[in-house]
Design a protein around this ligand. Structure first.
Ligand code: SF4
Length: 249
């Protein structure tokens, strides 16, 4: 069992320095109806279903360092080529390397793009000032991907100390209190009816809009994901590929 906040600090030493952050790929993606995507290196969780394992487990060996301006230029170029109006950072955990992310958002703010920040929320939940800084960006929408419906599932799926699940909910609370645009997502395969009811109650205590806008994502059954799930003796029926997020937030 590990502490994800401590793991974030250790990971940051490897993937971020001097306002540079490691990335391993830039690509057009079909999600959200089309979005230019930068895949970053390094995360503070170890989800058994993670599709992006190489940068997760070997951040020293994967990717290279980019400045915020370089990342923006690459995203902008992809977006122009494909006619996209949206940009995002995905891959691993974008909130590691806070100054880099905020500087990237500064650049986006001067454009007409919409930016979607996909995060596990751990660092935003642990520090309300992070949410307040994010709330300054009007072109930003934050999607917090919950790792299960409760602390027990969080432990099973991430191997992290179960109380850190509360940080994911705290991230949503901090952002709503700060006035940041956000919603929560949970993986359908790990949201059985009973636990989903409990999760919805927890979300409603923060803000009922989180329940109305709760997104269900689907496990992507890549062979390495299926192998990891089997290794942890977690049985799921894969509901199919996560195609796109159809709603507008
Ligand atoms: S939070 Fe995302 S990037 Fe990090 S281990 Fe989990 S699935 Fe992978």
């Amino acid at each position: 069992m590990y502490d994800p906040v401590e793991l974030a600090k250790e990971t940051e030493k490897v993937v971020a320095h001097n306002n540079l952050r490691k990335f391993y790929r830039f690509r057009p993606a079909k999600f959200y109806g089309g979005i230019a995507t930068a895949d970053c290196v390094g995360c503070c969780l170890r989800c058994v279903f993670c599709w992006s394992r190489a940068p997760l487990m070997n951040p020293e060996r994967v990717g290279r360092f980019y400045s915020p301006q370089e990342v923006f230029n690459k995203l902008d170029s992809i977006a122009r080529r494909h006619g996209y109006s949206q940009l995002r950072v995905s891959g691993n955990e974008p909130t590691i390397g806070r100054q880099h992310l905020l500087n990237l958002l500064d650049l986006v703010e001067q454009t007409g793009y919409r930016f979607i920040l996909e995060t596990n929320g751990i660092l935003i939940g642990g520090d309300a000032s992070y949410a307040q800084a994010l709330a300054e960006f009007k072109r930003l929408h934050v999607r917090v991907s919950l790792k299960g419906c409760d602390a027990e599932q969080f432990l099973l799926l991430t191997g992290a100390k179960p109380e850190a699940f509360e940080l994911q909910l705290a991230a949503l609370r901090n952002m709503i209190n700060a006035g940041a645009s956000c919603h929560a997502a949970v993986m359908q395969e790990f949201a059985p009816e009973g636990k989903l009811v409990t999760l919805k109650k927890r979300l409603a205590e923060i803000d009922t809009r989180l329940v109305d806008n709760l997104e269900f994502e689907y496990l992507i059954p890549f062979p390495h994901v299926v192998r990891e799930l089997a290794r942890h003796e977690i049985n799921v029926r894969c509901g199919g590929l996560r195609e796109s997020i159809r709603r507008n937030y």
